[in-house]
Every structure is written in C-alpha cells, then in structure tokens.
Design a protein around this ligand. Structure first.
Ligand code: CMX
Length: 441
C-alpha cells in the first residue's frame, strides 16, 4: 500500500471509531429545524450532510481543514522559485487532514505523473463530438469515456467486501485527478489551437503541467494555475457540484460517474459557468459602450440595464457567503502583484466598487458581494486565454481535488445512500390542515 493511502486509512479508521461513539451517545440530538420556506427554496441553510474536507463560514469564507486561503499560501509548499501553493499540498491536507511537508507534496506530484496516462479511446470519444460542442460537454464526455478504467467498478463486479470500498475508490480518485489535466488540455488544443497538441512534461507539477500542455509557458501563468487550482478545489459539501458528486457516489456509482455528474452541475450558469458569463458580460459591456475602460458611471448604468432585463449580474451573490469571497480577494492580490495596470483587471476592480451598493439597494439580494467567478476570467485574459467558454473546465479540474478527497472519506466512513424525504404541495396543504398522516414515510 502506498504511504499516503496508508496514512489516509489510519486517519479514517480513527474517525470511524470516533463517529460511531459520538452517534451512540448523541445520535438523537436535534441539529436544527426545517421551515416550510426552506423546502420550497432550495433547502438553503438546512444542515443535512457531512463533508470533512472544508467548512464555509458566511462571514469569513472557506477554510480547508481549518486553514484559510492566506494561511494556505503561507504554509503549503510552492514550486521551486514560486510563491503560490501547489494544489498537491491542498489535496493532501483535505485527504489526510494534516499539513503536508515538502516531501509529501513532491510525492503526490510524482504519483500523479505516474498515473496520468489517458487511453486513446478517450481522445477518440472527444474527437467524435462536433468542434462547436461546449468545452464542458467535451470534458464530461471525456470523463465518462475514462470510466472504462474504474477500479471500483471492476472490484464491485467481482464482489468486494463493503469494508474495502474505500480502497479502489482511493485509486480511482488518484487516477482521475492525475488524468484530468491531459483531458482538459486536449480539449483546449483541439477546439482552439487547431488540434496541435503538446506532450506532458514529466518534470512539472500538476498545475504547471496543465499550463504547459495548454501552451502557456509563462512562469507567472503557471503560478496563476497553482493558485487557481488551489482556491477552486472545495467549498464544503452543499454546493451543486460537491453535493451531486456525493449524492451520486452514495449509490456506489464509481468515482468517474460521480465526478462527471457533479461537473454537469458545475456547468450551470448559477454555479461554475458563471466564470465564463462574467467575461462574456464584460466583453458585451465594452462592445456596447465602445471602450475597454468603462467609467464607474458607465458600469453602473450597464448593471441597471442588466437587472432591468431580468438577468443576474454574474459573479455577484452567493447562497452562503455574506462578505466578499476570499477567493476573489486572493485573485485580486495576484492581479495587484502581476498586472496592476491591466485594463480588464482594473475594470473588474471598478465593477467591485460599483455593483455591491446597486445590488444592496434592491433589498432582496442577501449577498451583494463578489464571488470567486467575478475575478478569474480577467486574469486568464491577461495571459491570452480569451476563450471564455473554456473557463469552467479549469474550475472542474480544480474541483476534482475536493470532491474526490471527499468521496474517499464517504466510502471510508461507510456513508449511507442519500435519500431525503420529499413532499407534494397537496400533502403540505393537508399537513397545514392538521392531517399529519399525509406525510407518508
Ligand atoms: N444579480 C441579480 N439578482 C441576484 C443576484 C445577482 N448577482 N444574486 C441574487 N439575485 C436575486 C436572486 O435571483 C433572487 O431573486 P428572486 O427573488 O427574484 O428569485 C434574489 O436575489 C434572492 O437571491 P439570494 O437569496 O440572495 O441568492 P440565492 O442563494 O438564491 O442565489 C446565486 C445565489 C449565486 C445563485 C445568485 O446570487 C446568483 O444568481 N448570482 C449570479 C450567478 C453567479 O455568480 N453564480 C456563481 C456562484 C459561485 C459559484 O458557485 O461558482
């Protein structure tokens, strides 16, 4: 057994024993109440699942195993000469629950290098799609084609003891993460660079290699990819992509099927696709106003126009956060360091000063502040990555780190099939009239 697998198993065994004990003593304690509004309004705020890898605080933002993004930037190993954390380190932290040392991080880099081979049929499957297919559709199709490689599916077909589920799930998670940069880069070069593909570089880290295979050799772009892959990795368990991966995995669908399902959710404009929507919206604003440096007043008018045509302002608002997303701030800091005079990046900062008071004045939006997607596109455009339909694929590659670490925990802790109760409006009306029995079971 590999050293990281062993450490994970040891931690999971301890956690399993603790949870059993906790449930024995406190299993019947109530953790909250559910209101009628909540079941009609996206189950917002209902505590209903366990995700070990990260926790979201409405005011503070995300913490990965207790560490904020600035803390990770200080504590995780970087590439030689670099300043941003290597996402390999964050994956180790989420999986094992402890900060890795440099050796651990390098070990993951080499394990992922070793496991990164993608069989030819995956590329052939992507090639079968028309070139105008959205990159997220190509990406999820590629992941589905890769499902032929699932260790878990093979072991389950042979008949595996449920106590051992975690083992092939762990291997699938590592294989899948290792292979995703190749699939993502393949799609990018196929769709936008005339099928002129670039071979991986066996000496590079996971995110650096993704940049390389996409054709971006600038060292500061590689740094951006390391930061990007770190901050988009996880956002506790209730968001659409994480929750879907967990839900589908709870049916013992293998990690490839579960992850593909989650990424179909990430491809929605209210979730991960918002990163492409933000840049599309800014480009349209620039075109309509005839300037690449709109004033704050022009931005404010354009925002009003967006709102009055019944559209959302992409990149703003959040289901849980109630402050500026620290993932936005981390990207803003990166922009200040690497491209303080970039016009598009400055427009993003002007939008940040303009939009929140307008959204606040509407009185109905719970969070007028920017989320992660408000900033990411402008940084990518700076390096020439202008093909904004591709942006959600980058989010998806990163999100694999969190949802796959979580899926390992789900199986190691023996989490159950997810199956909450639903009701009909008819049954709700009956309940309001005092007919309790109408809820069924
Ligand atoms: N622009 C315009 N209206 C907005 C808005 C925005 N950015 N954010 C929220 N609202 C509206 C909602 O549509 C809702 O309107 P109705 O009452 O008419 O239906 C109202 O304000 C209340 O919504 P809320 O409770 O504040 O927010 P939700 O939890 O329902 O939704 C989110 C959260 C992210 C879907 C929403 O803020 C939004 O649509 N934002 C723009 C899209 C976006 O940036 N998504 C990315 C989120 C981060 C990620 O997952 O990647």
């Amino acid at each position: 057994m590999g050293i990281i697998k062993e450490r994970f198993k040891a931690k999971a065994d301890l956690a399993n024993a603790e949870i059993k004990e906790m449930l024995k003593e406190h299993g019947s304690k109530k953790i909250g109440e559910v209101t009628l509004s909540q079941i009609y309004q996206g189950m917002r705020g209902i505590t209903g699942l366990v995700t070990e890898t990260s926790l979201l605080d409405a005011q503070e933002g995300i913490r990965f195993r207790g560490y904020s993004i600035p803390e990770l930037q200080q504590k995780l190993a970087t590439a030689p000469g670099g300043g941003e954390p290597l996402p390999e380190g964050l994956f180790y932290l989420m999986l094992v629950g402890e900060l890795p040392n440099e050796e651990d991080v390098n070990h993951i880099t080499s394990v992922w290098q070793r496991r990164s081979h993608v069989p030819n049929h995956v590329f052939a499957t992507i090639d079968a799609l028309p070139i105008n297919t959205h990159p997220m559709t190509m990406f999820v199709t590629g992941v589905m084609a890769l499902q032929t490689e699932s260790n878990f599916a093979k072991e389950y077909a042979k008949g595996i003891n449920k106590k051992d589920y975690w083992n092939p799930v762990y291997d699938d998670a590592m294989d899948l993460i290792a292979r995703l940069p190749r699939i993502a880069a393949y799609i990018y070069r196929r769709k936008y660079k005339n099928n002129d593909h670039i071979q991986p570089n066996g000496l590079l880290d996971w995110a650096g290699n993704l940049a390389h295979m996409m054709g971006y050799e600038d060292e500061s772009f590689k740094e951006l990819m390391r930061l990007y892959m770190t901050i988009h990795a996880d956002h506790e368990g209730g968001n659409v992509s994480a929750h879907t991966t967990h839900l589908v995995g709870s049916a013992l669908s293998d990690p490839y099927l579960s992850y593909a399902a989650g990424m179909n959710g990430l491809a929605g404009p209210l979730h991960g696709l918002a990163n492409q929507e933000v840049i599309k919206w800014i480009f349209e604003m620039q075109q309509e106003l005839g300037t690449d440096a709109p004033t704050k007043e022009q931005i404010a008018n354009y925002v009003q126009q967006t709102l009055s045509s019944g559209k959302v302002v992409p990149g703003y608002g959040h289901a849980v956060l109630r402050k500026t997303d620290p993932r936005f701030t981390a990207q803003m800091e990166f922009g200040k360091k690497h491209m303080p005079d970039d016009k598009l990046v400055n427009t993003v900062w002007n939008i940040y000063e303009t939009v929140p008071p307008i959204l606040q004045s509407l009185g109905k939006i719970k969070n007028p502040w920017p989320n992660v997607d408000a900033h990411s596109g402008a940084l990518l455009v700076h390096y020439g990555l202008v093909e904004y339909e591709f942006y959600t694929v980058l989010f998806a590659v990163s999100r694999a780190l969190g949802v796959m670490a979580s899926l390992c925990w789900d199986r190691a802790l023996g989490f159950a099939l997810e199956r909450p109760k639903s009701v009909t409006t008819e049954s709700v009306k009956g309940w309001l009239e005092g007919k309790d029995e109408i809820w069924g079971d």
